[in-house]
Ligand binder design. Structure first.
Ligand code: COA
Length: 136
């Protein structure tokens, strides 16, 4: 179940961007221990789990009229802030099934591919560790 948010440019009566968020989790896969090591890198041994709560960016799109102006990054920064510093919900990672064409955009925003097993697919599963965004 997802919640969708619209960013409206009221003066021009246009939708500038939209995105949706849903609850997710990253679960340990014994066949991909390298992946798990990557995810656990910043987590002390005593706090390591077999799964971690996450928030998934289900859809994110910026109206072409406003692309390349930092709006996509602004949206991701606000999601990072909302789920790290505001702490309304205990959550360690942001995940996204990124369209292949959008992978460089997410990489510029600090996301990493989780696995190599989807490298030939249309979308790639990526994550961002919210620990990297805590400013307090
Ligand atoms: C991908 C998308 C959300 C980016 O939004 P945006 O507002 O244009 O992105 P920003 O202006 O914040 O760009 C941030 C950086 O990423 C780069 N970037 C953005 N889209 C990129 C792409 N498709 N490929 C490579 N780099 C990209 C920008 O050049 C910019 O780099 P800079 O920091 O060096 O200037 C937008 O292009 C879009 O809606 N695309 C179509 C739908 C889509 O692919 N959504 C993602 C599905 S998971």
């Amino acid at each position: 179940m997802a919640v969708t948010y619209l960013l409206e440019y009221m003066e021009q009566n246009k939708t500038a961007a939209y995105f949706s968020l849903l609850a997710d989790k990253i679960i340990f896969n014994p066949d991909e221990k390298g992946v798990w090591n990557k995810l656990n890198r910043n987590i002390p041994n005593s706090k390591r789990r077999r799964s971690y709560p996450a928030v998934k960016v289900g859809r994110l799109a910026v109206n072409e009229d406003y692309s390349g102006q930092g709006l996509g990054t602004f949206i991701l920064d606000n999601i990072k802030y909302a789920f790290s510093n505001v702490k309304r919900l205990g959550c360690r990672f942001i995940t996204v099934d990124a369209l292949k064409t959008a992978v460089p955009f997410y990489e510029r925003n600090g996301f990493q591919c989780i696995t190599e097993s989807d490298k030939d697919d249309e979308t790639r599963l990526m994550f961002f560790d919210l620990k990297n965004f805590i400013t307090e």
